[in-house]
Design a protein around this ligand. Structure first.
Ligand code: ZN
Length: 335
């Protein structure tokens, strides 16, 4: 940004801020390109500003410069993970549970009965529990000991603690590996996906769900888009940048769809509220069990969300039919 001080004849002065159309930055991407351009600055729920840039080669979006570990830790506190296994109140938690069980049923259609499944960043372990109930051999990973112990204790699941790259797991031993809204959080998706490729059996399957930066929702709301989730989402993928990364890591993509009842309509509603000047992601915070939102604000947020729910579902149904929904669900095979 260029700042110019303009002196006028009356003796006063004004500062002009000139925004060049495409500010270039030097950033090496795994696609081989060395330059990116600024897209916009985005503010977090704590009021910090980050710069979103897009690679000139593969259209990948990322925060630049990438936030450091100390900054990120402030955004991955107990409020993010939730102090209890339930992040949201009763009816919402039940609706999410039903939708997550649907995810398990979808995976079961493609993975042989009794096969071995690894879920990266398994969260509350619901997906793994459902797969186990259906007769699969399941394992998960979690970054912190506290969350891993909580899941493994409650559901008697095998949870590996730590970053996938540091874990010693048997090569060519898994029938499927899953990432449910995780890959956009990691610092090194290229290395992670290459390791996943090594862990999978021949023709093993990779399932990924993540926000779609090429969606109508992302384009319509820009910096107010809920699923940018700064600074936790370090990368923003569209179809082109994700498929080119997967191919680089030894996968061939079988199918992509962009509809998610769990993520898309709410993303529309929260983005709309962000864009009309309500503090970033306030309604999302209101819905959490750990919320300390005042009662009147809660009621206002719930009313606004219910008013927006039908337009949000209609918008995302149409977007999903046109391949422009706010979530990408991808299935890829190991080549
Ligand atoms: Zn690139």
């Amino acid at each position: 940004m260029l700042n110019l001080l303009v002196h006028l004849s009356m003796g006063c002065s004004y500062e002009l801020r000139l925004y060049p159309m495409l500010k270039k930055v030097k950033r090496s991407c795994w696609c081989g390109c060395d330059t990116a351009h600024s897209v916009f600055e985005v503010s977090t729920c704590q009021g910090e500003i980050f710069n979103l840039v897009q690679c000139d080669g593969c259209d990948l979006y990322c925060l630049y410069p990438a936030p450091d570990e100390v900054t990120l830790l402030r955004y991955y506190d107990t409020e993010y993970y939730g102090a209890s296994p339930l992040k949201f109140a009763g009816p919402i938690a039940r609706a999410i549970a039903i939708l997550q069980n649907q995810r398990a049923k979808r995976v079961a259609k493609f993975v042989r009965q009794g096969g071995k499944i690894l879920d990266i960043g398994c969260g509350n372990g619901r997906f793994l529990k459902e797969m186990k109930r259906q007769g699969y051999s399941v394992e998960g990973t979690e970054l912190t000991k506290a969350s891993a112990l909580r899941v493994s204790k409650e559901a008697d699941l095998l949870i590996h603690i730590g970053d996938l790259l540091s874990l010693e797991l048997a090569e060519r031993s898994y029938d499927a590996v899953t990432f449910w809204h995780v890959i956009e959080h990691v610092r090194n998706p290229l290395e992670i996906l290459r390791k996943v490729n090594i862990l999978l059996k021949d023709n093993g399957i990779l399932f990924l769900s993540l926000p779609n930066q090429d969606s109508w929702q992302a384009k319509a709301f820009g910096k107010y888009w809920f699923h940018i989730d700064p600074p936790r989402h370090l990368f923003g993928f569209g179809t082109i940048s994700l498929i080119s990364l997967l191919e680089k890591c030894g996968f061939s993509v079988e199918c992509v769809n962009t509809f998610s009842l769990e993520y898309n309509p709410f993303g529309f509603m929260q983005s709309m509220l962000n864009s009309i000047g309500i503090s970033r992601d306030r309604a999302y915070g209101t819905l959490k069990l750990s919320s300390s939102t005042p009662q009147l604000t809660k009621i206002t947020d719930l009313l606004l969300l219910s008013m927006l729910s039908l337009p949000a579902i209609a918008f995302e149904l149409l977007a999903g039919c046109c391949g422009a929904g706010a979530t990408m669900n991808i299935m890829a095979h190991k080549r």
